[in-house]
Design a protein around this ligand. Structure first.
Ligand code: ADP
Ligand code: MG
Length: 211
C-alpha cells in the first residue's frame, strides 16, 4: 500500500490534477465526506487527510509514504527524516510582514523600537527580524493573525498572503515580503528505498505534470 498525506482545501484541490496525470482518481471528496482515509481507483494507493502542519510529521514517521506540504510548513518543521523531492508549484503565496494601515513600520524599525509580532510562523519570523537586526517580541498564534493588530495584541503580523484580500478586508497593508511559498512533494526516506517500485513512477508522473 502506498499512502499519500494531503490537507483539505487548496492543497487537496490543486493536487487532484497532478494525481490525474498519474492516472489516479480519489473516490471521495474530503469536503463532503468525513472520512480521513480515502481510497482511489488504484487498490494500492490511498490518501489520508491531515492538518497541513501535520503532513511532515506523518511522512517523517512513515505513517504516510509521501505528502504535499507548503514550504512554510516544511521550514517550520525542519524537514527531519524527509526527502524533499519536488516543487509542485501549487498553493503559491508569500510570507509577509503586515501592519495596520497608517502604522509607520519603516519608522518603527528605524528607531530601533521593540516590535510586537504575532504569527504562526515563529521560526521564520525570528530569523527574518534577527537578520534585519530588529528587536521583536513574538506572540505565537494558531490562526486569524489579521485580528492581532486591530485589537492591540501586536504591531505587526507575519502571515501568508496570496491575493491580499484578507489583509484589505481587515485594514492591513503588506510592508515586507519574507519569502515566496509553494507546496512541495516530500517523501519518507525509508519508503523511497523500500517502496521504490511503487513510489518512483508516481514521483516521475508528478514531475512531468509540473513541467
Ligand atoms: P490551515 O488553515 O490548516 O493552517 P491552510 O489551508 O490555510 O491551512 O493552508 C495550508 C497551506 O496552504 C499553507 O501551509 C500554505 O502553504 C498554503 N496556503 C495558505 N494560505 C494560502 C494562500 N492564501 N494562497 C495560497 N496558498 C496558501
Ligand atoms: Mg488558513
Amino acid at each position: 500500500m502506498i499512502t499519500l498525506a494531503l490537507s483539505k482545501g487548496r492543497i487537496f484541490e490543486e493536487t487532484i490534477p497532478l494525481l490525474a496525470a498519474a492516472g489516479i482518481e480519489v473516490s471521495e471528496d474530503p469536503e463532503k465526506s468525513r472520512k480521513l482515509i480515502i481510497g482511489t481507483n488504484r487498490p494500492d494507493v490511498r490518501v489520508i487527510i491531515v492538518r497541513a502542519t501535520d503532513v511532515p510529521t506523518y511522512v517523517q514517521f512513515g505513517a504516510a509514504d509521501f505528502g504535499v506540504a507548503g514550504k512554510d510548513v516544511l521550514d517550520e518543521h525542519g524537514g527531519e527524516g524527509l526527502y524533499q523531492s519536488l516543487d509542485l508549484k501549487i498553493a503559491q503565496c508569500r510570507l509577509c510582514v503586515a501592519v495596520q494601515n497608517g502604522f509607520d513600520y519603516q519608522n518603527a524599525v528605524r528607531q530601533g523600537a521593540r516590535l510586537r509580532v504575532a504569527t504562526k510562523y515563529v521560526k521564520a519570523a525570528r530569523e527574518h527580524f534577527a537578520a534585519k537586526g530588529v528587536h521583536v517580541d513574538l506572540i505565537k498564534l494558531y490562526g486569524s493573525m489579521e485580528l492581532a493588530p486591530l485589537v492591540g495584541l501586536a504591531d505587526a503580523i507575519v502571515d501568508l498572503v496570496s491575493s491580499g484580500g484578507t489583509l484589505k478586508a481587515n485594514n492591513l497593508v503588506e510592508v515586507e515580503e519574507i519569502v515566496s511559498i509553494s507546496s512541495r512533494l516530500v517523501v519518507n526516506q525509508a519508503a523511497l528505498k523500500l517502496k521504490h517500485e511503487g513510489l518512483q513512477p508516481l514521483i516521475d508522473s508528478f514531475t512531468k505534470a509540473v513541467k
